[in-house]
Design a protein around this ligand. Structure first.
Ligand code: PLP
Length: 883
């Protein structure tokens, strides 16, 4: 076997020569138990980043040692590093590769500094990586084989630092090369072979014995990487570290696997959408697999097969709350069947196939499924009758581009009359032997009384019952079903709610910027509520974070988020520019600054009349067109002008369907189909297109979005020689709930640096600059209990802050008058408007609250005051800036 020499020196010199079993050094636990006592602990990216995570790891290892267990630690790369490495590999021939490498160095230098370790510890690994990259640039090729080596660097780096830190705490640690532990199965496809490999997971007594004989207390290795039969480095694909750990646990016949991450386990619903979701204390492998496949992110579904085969139990644990028992997953046990979870999926397409002419025809299903397969479409649910077969396609596992669906319908035509229905959404109930709990669902099924159900399926595995309903209905339905099924007390299956658990993990609410300033805020509230209060120092901080990004040349504030004059003045003073969308917004800037700040104002109207464009041009703003219509119908307005064009990248993103501002269904941007016409008009009218623009949506959580937009815009800019800047829009998210990760700005910066090329890059966020600098203060008017539900009424409502009603948005709510008091009341916080949707927060945990208390609604600086109204003639809120 020709064996690739990995460029990475593992720090354990004796590793390659396994100690022969007869030479074994007695470990510090009884030798005869050693093989049986192996436990595998896997720690994810957020757990191995920073000192606090490693302190938890150390404490856990010591506990396992005290229990005479032999821990084997499997570690991921530092959080964000895999993205940086992907970026390096994607941009290997780009101009900004150095900036990317620098970011990677910085991340590891910061980690070494936090752990009190010398940076020299990882110098050779980083240099090796740089040589690999430069080698690929020299030969002008990055094969899947080299790509795998580049992407494997993250785990090698993080384990080098982690092992050394543990040693300095007095533990003996062997840092093992995962490529010596996991062998990938042969695969003819080169991409899958190197980047999405599979490993055998049969019990390996040889490996078991060799590892049990290691003299060190702790064995530590990398997740995600393995070796193929030629000795080359290969990767295990998405969720690779979970799969590594599960495969090792199975091969060692470990006592158990523990997967540690930043969430406490699996929940009865997606906790990001439903904070009242309850922790599931116990699941069997099939139930866990079903939940993971339906999107529970805590676990990759692929890792369950090895565990099931070897009968190794899996514990999901939370690094931030090691005291929590988490979720235990093991083989099915007898017991009462019970619904374990509910879940919603949106964007589903149905294909209905009428089969009258094909009735009883042999091979019909084979033919139609063959058509789906030939388009690479995987079918999710299936319902059949005598004359119709209907299937669903899930957008998460399929590319549902209209052209593709049209081609599918064409190919189905010879066999049946096929039509598309959708988009639709689905609500699913998950639990073992779901058939036998149907009678318990009586009241739950009443919810369907006034809803059209497109399809109802019960999986053959008897684990899943799904209802396909109208596009926006599933999330609300799941909320109702969840309230009905999971509001009981804690028991052997149901633990605490996500809201309660994450509250315990997050710093106490009083530690927000407003916590230490409680008295000042109470004084503001005493002058009248509802009132929006913004902190100048917080606003400066938020702007400073973006202005400090090395790859970004200009930051514009999307002033629709908050056009408060004092806030605009503050940003203007810091050098921030403005993105405005109406003559009214332009006028506000003119009034404040005696004209527009030169070169710093972009005017981006949408479906506006010609007079709006005239106003923008007259005011001296840079005007953005987002359609060819104005050029075709009002050419004289624009002839010879300098303009910006907003493009539709074909796909949007965002926290809610209403704020996705790209893609076929959105009204924004010039679509790809119109580009030839645009280029023609640019030529005919002598236009100078100096910038390209793209805003795909708000509250976008994927950090690579802006980089991808830059790549897209650069592609179009190649046809327009006068383009000098690419405006990547806004949409930068702000964590809304306790425990939500913040946007990794360093990774964003590195990603942008890697694709910048010769263009200026601009960002135009609204939310990121103002949301968490401002809170809404409101006073309790009345409290009420009804049918077991509690309501706390306040003087702010959907007329003051419409985001919860409009988008189902989450805003933290605290009782400022009773900060520090035990939150024992679960209540809906409601306003005074005559609409049932007038709710600021559903089922919030608060201390018992009384008339006159001041409640604080957090993160209210963006689209709060600016979207407020005088509905019910209740007046608009006050706005105040402090410090
Ligand atoms: N740019 C444009 C064109 C927008 O329409 C918006 C929001 O609607 C933004 C920027 C700001 O988005 P966000 O507040 O999510 O950053």
């Amino acid at each position: 076997m020709s064996k690739e020499q990995p460029p990475w020196d593992l720090d354990d010199a004796g590793w390659r020569a396994w100690p022969p079993v007869q030479d074994r050094v007695d470990p510090p636990w009884p030798a005869e138990d050693a093989v049986l006592n192996q436990v595998v602990l896997k720690f994810g990216g957020s757990s191995v980043t920073g000192l606090a995570g490693w302190q938890v790891i150390e404490a856990q290892l010591r506990e396992r040692l005290a229990a005479h267990e032999q821990p084997m630690l499997v570690c991921s790369a530092l959080s964000g590093v895999s993205d940086l490495l992907t970026c390096l590999a994607d941009e290997v021939f780009g101009d900004e590769i150095q900036a990317c490498l620098l970011q990677l160095r910085k991340r590891h230098i910061a980690q070494a500094a936090e752990l009190g370790l010398p940076v020299s510890l990882v110098a050779d690994l980083l240099t090796g990586l740089e040589q690999l990259i430069h080698g690929a640039r020299l030969v002008g090729e990055l094969s899947p084989r080299v790509r795998a080596r580049v992407l494997s660097a993250g785990e090698l780096l993080s384990t080098r630092l982690g092992a050394e830190w543990l040693r300095r705490q007095g533990l003996t640690v062997a840092r093992l090369d995962a490529r010596e532990l996991l062998d990938a199965l042969p695969c003819a496809d080169p991409v899958r072979r190197y980047l999405d490999a599979r490993c055998a997971f049969e019990l390996d007594p040889g490996l078991q014995g060799r590892l049990a004989a290691r003299p060190e207390q702790i064995l530590l290795t990398q997740g995600f990487i393995a070796r193929d039969e030629a000795g080359d480095t290969v990767l295990l694909g998405r969720g690779g570290s979970d799969t590594s750990a599960a495969t090792l646990a199975a091969r060692l016949g470990a006592r158990r696997l523990e997967i540690w991450s930043d969430v406490p386990g699996m929940f009865t619903a997606d906790p990001r959408a439903l904070p009242s979701a309850r922790l599931l204390r116990e699941l069997d492998y099939d139930e866990a697999q079903e939940l993971a496949s339906m999107g529970a992110k805590v676990l990759h579904p692929r890792c369950l097969a090895p565990l099931r085969a070897a009968g190794v139990p899996l514990d999901l644990r939370c690094t931030g709350q090691p005291e929590l028992e988490g979720t235990r997953i093991r083989g099915a046990r007898s017991g009462h069947p019970r619904v374990k979870a509910v879940s919603a999926r949106t964007g589903i397409m149905l294909v209905s196939m009428d089969t009258v002419g094909m009735w009883q025809q042999v091979g019909f299903l084979g033919q139609v499924f063959g058509a789906f397969a030939s388009h690479g479409l995987s079918v999710d649910m299936v319902a059949t009758s005598e004359t119709n077969v209907t299937v669903t396609l899930d957008p998460r596992s399929n590319d549902l581009a209209p052209a593709k669906l049209k081609a599918l319908l064409n190919d189905l035509r010879p066999f049946c009359r096929a039509s598309l229905i959708g988009p639709a959404s689905s609500a699913s109930l998950v639990g073992r032997r779901i058939r036998s709990v149907l009678h318990q669902l009586g009241p739950v099924l009443e919810r369907f009384e006034d809803r059209e159900v497109h399809l109802l399926t019960q999986a053959a595995s008897d684990l899943n019952l799904s209802f396909v309903v109208a596009p926006d209905e599933a999330p609300g339905l799941v909320r109702d079903l969840h309230a009905q099924l999971f509001s009981g007390p804690e028991d052997e299956l149901l633990g605490g709610s996500w809201e309660r658990l994450s509250r315990a993990q997050a710093p106490p609410a009083a530690e927000g910027w407003w916590g230490p300033r409680r008295q000042e805020l109470m004084d503001v509230a005493a002058q009248g509520t509802p009132v929006y209060v913004a902190s100048r120092s917080q606003l400066r901080r938020a702007a400073g974070r973006l202005l400090g990004l090395s790859s970004v040349d200009r930051v514009l504030f999307a002033m629709k988020a908050n056009p408060n004059p004092e806030i605009l003045r503050l940003f203007e003073g810091l050098g921030v520019g403005f993105e405005c969308v109406s003559p009214g917004e332009l006028r506000r800037l003119q009034e404040l600054f005696g004209g527009l700040p030169a070169g710093r104002v972009l005017f981006t109207p949408n479906f506006a009349p010609a007079s709006d464009y005239q106003a923008g041009l007259d005011a001296g703003a840079l005007v953005t067109l987002d359609s060819v219509y104005p050029l075709e119908h009002w050419p004289e307005l624009f002839r010879g002008r300098e303009l910006v064009v907003r493009l539709d990248p074909g796909r949007g993103d965002g926290h809610h369907a209403h704020v996705v501002t790209a893609g076929e269904r959105s009204k924004f941007g010039v679509p790809a189909d119109d580009l030839p016409r645009l280029f023609e008009l640019v030529r005919d009218l002598g236009l100078r297109i100096v910038g390209l623009h793209c805003h795909a949506g708000s509250g976008v959580k994927t950090p690579t979005t802006w980089r991808d937009k830059a790549v897209f815009l650069k592609g179009v800019a190649a046809e327009l020689p006068e383009v000098r800047f690419l405006d990547l829009g806004g949409g930068l998210p702000v964590p809304e709930r306790p425990g939500m990760p913040a946007l990794d700005l360093a990774a964003l910066d590195a990603g942008l640096a890697s694709v910048k090329g010769g263009y200026e890059l601009w960002l135009e966020p609204g939310r990121f600059l103002v949301a968490d600098s401002c809170a809404l203060l409101t006073r309790v008017s009345q409290v009420k209990s009804k049918g077991g539900r509690h309501f706390v009424g306040v003087d702010a409502g959907m007329h003051t802050l419409i985001r919860p009603a409009l988008y189902g948005a989450w805003h933290e709510i605290a009782n400022l008058s009773r900060l520090g008091e035990e939150p024992t009341l679960q209540a809906d916080v409601v306003g005074p408007i005559c609409e049932t949707g007038d709710v600021l927060g559903h089922q919030r945990l608060l201390p018992p609250s009384f008339e006159g208390d001041v409640l604080l609604v957090d993160n209210a600086g963006a689209y709060g005051a600016s979207m407020s109204s005088d509905y019910n003639l209740r007046g608009r809120p006050r706005e105040v800036l402090i410090d």
